[in-house]
Write a protein that binds this ligand. Structure first.
Ligand SMILES: Nc1nc2c(ncn2[C@@H]2O[C@H](COP(=O)(O)OP(=O)(O)OP(=O)(O)O)[C@@H](O)[C@H]2O)c(=O)[nH]1
Length: 362
């Protein structure tokens, strides 16, 4: 069946940030025809509502009745059911799925449940995470709730809402720079901006439908400076922000698959819950002309995909990691050990394979 894998976008943001308001606006765009919207009202993955809207006349009528309210169950069941409906012809087309999480949700388990399921992994691909941040309450929310910081950290697109309620421009700018600091790789948009529509928010994935090619740099968020934590804004000693970090690991030249495998295995098995999100391209020693694309959420690693060629001609291994309470230095030393660049006092790869706990540091 054509059309697979279907892109899935996750729309998140703290309580009352304006998720439903934005979604309703987006769904009026004909580009979101044939989109299934799954709304996670509360609970871990309890889906309270499933709605398929069509731009022109609202809800798509299915042969066995309206999808709205008739399908309940967990997120995975709902997604599996969508595939089943598509394959049995009860839905003619399904171009996209949007999952709206609850305001309190930690988005990582939501992403994980899509990526961990063997059947869903074939049918769906994660397009991106869109996180709304309420400009009026953003500071207080980020200060009080680590979930809100995580929502920002795992985003591909951050959308600022309710800027119209903030009269102090410097307050808004402080919030913007804080968001950029938590997640330098994401686009930062304003909900009131007319450009903040379907084109700006969807198709964040590796495959760029506009150019019909894999857009590795954009996907990795490399247009921005990832490693940057410069000193010009030192009021950022917000407790939670320090716990969530985004940084990239770069290695010039090929890396053996076994080394990458071992590095990822150690990182995920020892610290999986601290690894909020990871994306990367790898230049494999075994097949350097075809980049290997990896993508993970917590302990789950999406099946790696090999691209036919380097889309932008530039080879090299680049990983972007978003971590919670995982010292960057530890990860860097582990990576260096596996790319055969051990630093002083750091065991090399051979030593680590014999004793993976040799790198202390946490
Ligand atoms: N002034 C202003 N109000 C907004 C904006 N966006 C949303 N709102 C209002 O904020 C309130 C909450 O918006 P919702 O869209 O329901 O927020 P939500 O994130 O879906 O809320 P929960 O699902 O309860 O977490 C509503 O009253 C909206 O009208 C905005 O940009 N400016």
């Amino acid at each position: 069946m054509s059309g697979f894998p279907i892109p899935v976008s996750v729309l998140t943001g703290f309580l009352g940030a304006g998720k439903t308001t934005l979604l309703n606006r987006l769904l009026k765009d004909p580009a979101l025809a044939d989109t299934a919207v799954i709304i996670n009202e509360f609970g871990e993955v309890a889906i309270d509502h499933l709605l398929v809207e069509q731009a022109s006349d609202g809800i798509i009528q299915l042969s066995d009745g309206c999808l709205c309210c008739t399908v309940r169950g967990e997120l995975v069941d709902t997604l599996a059911d969508l595939v089943d409906r598509l394959q049995t012809g009860r839905i003619a087309r399904l171009a996209r799925v949007v999952i709206e999480t609850t305001g309190l949700a930690d988005p990582a388990p939501v992403l994980q449940s899509i990526m961990a399921h063997p059947a869903l992994v074939q049918a769906f691909r994660l397009d991106g995470v869109i996180t709304l941040v309420d400009a009026a309450n953003g500071k207080a929310t980020l200060d009080a709730h680590v979930e809100a910081v995580k929502q920002v950290a795992v985003a591909d697109r951050i959308v600022l809402s309710k800027a119209d309620l903030v009269t102090d421009a410097s307050e808004l700018e402080t919030l913007r720079s804080r968001l950029r600091q938590i997640n330098p790789g994401a686009d930062l948009l304003d909900v009131a901006d007319t450009k903040t529509g379907v084109a700006a928010l969807f198709d964040c994935g590796l495959y760029n439908p506009a150019t019909k090619s894999a857009d590795v740099r954009r996907w990795l968020g490399e247009a921005h400076d990832h490693d940057h934590h410069d000193g010009h804004d030192h009021e950022h000693d917000h407790g939670h922000d320090q716990r969530v970090r985004s940084y990239s690991l770069v290695h010039d030249g090929p890396v053996p698959f076994s080394a990458i495998e071992m590095f990822l295995h150690l990182l995920r098995s020892a610290h999986g819950e601290h690894l909020l999100r990871m994306k990367g391209v790898i230049e494999l020693s075994e097949d350097p002309s075809r980049p290997l694309v990896i993508h993970g959420v917590q302990k789950i690693l999406h099946p790696p995909v090999q691209l036919p060629s380097w889309p932008d001609g530039q080879r090299g291994t680049r990983l972007v990691l978003i971590t919670l309470d995982m010292p960057e230095d530890y990860v860097r030393r582990l990576f260096a050990a596996f790319t055969n660049r051990p630093s002083i006092d750091t065991p090399d790869r051979a030593a680590l394979e014999n004793n993976p706990l040799a790198i202390a540091g946490r």
